[in-house]
Design a protein around this ligand. Structure first.
Ligand code: GLA
Length: 388
């Protein structure tokens, strides 16, 4: 299942710009992060799902060398040589995710040249729903299909991550790319970033997730994201010196041991790590609760997660805090910021038959606080696919 509307529109724009239909079309979804905030680059685990919005990537052959690339929404076109490893100038930042993926695919003997490409997404920009990872994954799937090559899905995810690190300046983990690749229809996925394994977990039929976007700016490369990653690494290194087993990442320190030693390490690093270690615990306990149908207790973990985002990791913002409180007041089972933070969207877990009422109430409360969020019900969706 993919977003048919965006695929149809992308193909039409491609034909309009280049005067011919694409021969290869791929699609990759965005994601919501359900639990496991900033745990991925700490070798931890996450709970997420692919969503019913994503990016479509179209390719057709060209007689001109290099890659011509059009951003479907802007109807702007740029050109580049994928063998060149430099990022494009800032005004073409949107093209860097594509260039990065095409460049790093070359390490797997996948070379693309003489092509016209178009991409179009249905994920609202800056909503914190992994629009960039969806674009990276859609690019990789399309290029592999066009060139007739196959590589491991984990390598596709790592190529996307490398494009983020080197071409966009964000030292992200693999959560977004994994969610976009391994998403399952009507289910969540549990991902382990040490073993790089995922498995699906069914979402009970009587609950849905709402995505509530206060529409505040969200740009991870300019946020304290990279600084937080460094603080977590510092905490792991200092804890490693205090315990008699190896702590190569925060994943390795159980909650109980962290509590016993946190006062002996750098206070700022300890504060950030409090959120991450708690999140890893909540993911593992949360999976069990969801499987047992303990929705209230599971939802409470979402609220707990938001609370340590706010107080310990400090990656929330005033509008997200208001949305989460509004969700609580409106009767949601749980709510939290989803994704990197410092803007982006919150998610709320609600009983399906109350979704519209809860959603309306959240918006109404936010309006009294001076802003009007956009909200949608999320349909957990299948991962990336080659459409044609
Ligand atoms: C962003 C990053 C992910 C992950 C989340 C926070 O979405 O791209 O790798 O770290 O933030 O959990």
């Amino acid at each position: 299942m993919y977003d048919e509307k965006v695929v149809k529109k992308a193909k039409a724009i491609h034909a309009e710009i280049y005067g011919k239909n694409p021969t290869t079309v791929a699609y990759a979804p965005g994601r919501i992060e359900v639990l496991g905030n900033h745990t991925d680059y700490n070798a931890g685990t996450t709970f997420s799902c692919a969503i019913n919005m994503g990016h479509c990537f179209c390719i057709s052959a060209s007689d001109k060398p290099g890659v011509r690339l059009t951003a479907g929404d802007l109807k702007e076109t740029t050109e580049f040589d994928p063998s060149n490893g430099d990022a494009l100038e800032k005004k073409f930042q949107w093209a860097n995710y594509v260039k990065g993926v095409m460049h790093y695919l070359r390490d797997f003997d996948v070379e693309i040249n003489n092509v016209d490409c178009t991409f179009l997404g249905s994920i609202p920009m800056g909503a914190g729903l992994s629009s960039s990872a969806a674009l990276e994954v859609a690019t990789a799937y399309a290029v592999l299909a066009y060139t007739g090559k196959e590589i491991d899905k984990i390598d596709i995810a790592k190529i996307g991550q490398r494009a983020e690190h080197e071409f966009a300046g964000c030292s992200c983990g693999l959560l977004d790319q994994f969610s976009s690749i391994y998403g399952v229809h009507h289910g969540l996925i549990h991902s382990d970033f040490r073993t790089l394994e995922t498995y699906p977990v069914k979402l009970p039929d009587d609950v849905v997730f709402l995505m509530i976007n206060p529409n505040v700016k969200h740009a991870l490369a300019e946020s304290p994201y990279n600084a937080r990653r460094k603080s977590c690494e510092k905490a792991a290194a200092q804890l490693n010196a205090l315990v008699d087993y190896e702590v190569s990442a925060l994943r390795d320190i159980p909650f109980k041991d962290f509590e016993a030693h946190k006062d002996k390490i750098d206070p700022e690093a300890a504060q950030r790590a409090t959120h991450v270690v708690g999140e890893i615990y909540r993911v593992e306990e949360g999976v069990k609760l969801l499987k047992e149908g303990e929705l209230e207790a599971f939802g409470q973990y979402l609220y707990d997660s938001h609370e340590t985002s706010r107080t310990s990791f400090e990656n929330s913002c005033a509008e997200l805090d208001i949305v989460v409180e509004a969700a609580r007041e409106a009767g949601a089972l749980g709510a939290r910021l989803s994704g990197g933070g410092w803007g982006g969207s919150a998610i709320a877990l609600v009983h399906a038959d109350q979704a519209d009422a809860v959603c309306a109430k959240i918006i109404k409360i936010c309006k009294t606080k001076g802003f009007e969020p956009t909200a949608e019900t999320i349909i957990p969706s299948a991962g990336a696919t080659v459409v044609e």
